[in-house]
Design a protein around this ligand. Sequence first.
Ligand SMILES: C[S@@+](CC[C@H](N)C(=O)[O-])C[C@H]1O[C@@H](n2cnc3c(N)ncnc32)[C@H](O)[C@@H]1O
Length: 307
Amino acid sequence: MTVLPSWTGAQPVPTTSRTRLAVDSFASVRVRVVGVARDISGSGAESRDVIDVTVPHSARIWNYWLGGKDNYEVDRQAGDEYIRVSPNVVDVARASRGFLVRSIRYLVGEAGVRQFLDVGTGLPTAQNTHEVAQAIAPESRIVYVDHDPLVLAHARALLVGTEEGATDYIDAELREPGAILAQAEKTLDFGRPIGLILSGIMGHVADLQEARAIVRRLLEALPSGSYLSLNDGTSTVHAEVQDAQDQYNESGAIPYTLRTPEEIAGFFDGLEIVEPGVVSCPLWRPDTGQVGTPEPQDAFGGVGRLP
Ligand SMILES: C[S@@+](CC[C@H](N)C(=O)[O-])C[C@H]1O[C@@H](n2cnc3c(N)ncnc32)[C@H](O)[C@@H]1O
């Protein structure tokens, strides 16, 4: 018997102008679990996407490593197999999320950014981008982007933001930056600085030149004073991560390419790098209250300002 994760008990989505974009997308989501079709929106709309629970899945494995409950047996098995080869991966996932949170705090609290485009949303977890930003500046506006039907099914959880601000969700493909930008313009003011968040996603574009072209295309649309916060996986700290990743990439999940710190730094070409530069995530502006010296992990990231 298949155990359905918690999100399958869909709740009605409040329809407001701020949520309409996501509701329109959400209404057409249909989830098929091992041969059983279930319309989680209750709309009876035609099936557009199917969530396959027979192969491991990037966002669900990430959710498992981060201690979440929105994952299936197949994801836990793949996640455990990764841990067996590379025991540090849970620390890597936490290091990446910790960097994401601190970089958003920096962008809102110190750089004064009030708008964010977060591509590669993942499943909701503690301290999502809008929660971190709006806790400091309630008027912050956040647009999430992902191509995954499971993330889309969770979108309603991401739409509960402050009254003063806005949180929206776009169901779109990273490889189509033009489509992302066209939809994001409905919520974000492209005349004012925007924080572009690319956390753990660029490794999903195997070709480095293609990945760099996508980042450039997104940055070109942003005004001066905008920022990029990007982090991705490496195998610099623990070489066995590469073995675990190779095995993972053969599991049927969407492959992810580990990069060198230099390749990750290359995404920031043309930007003014914020101190301390592109470093292992735990070393990027660690919280002042942290006890002890942070240990490097195989996630490297940085923040850069568009001149
Ligand atoms: C490892 S998770 C990272 C989630 C989150 N950004 C974080 O840092 O915790 C990668 C996310 O990128 C999304 N993703 C991967 N390839 C994508 C693509 N081509 N277009 C849009 N989203 C993609 C996946 O669905 C997944 O939600």
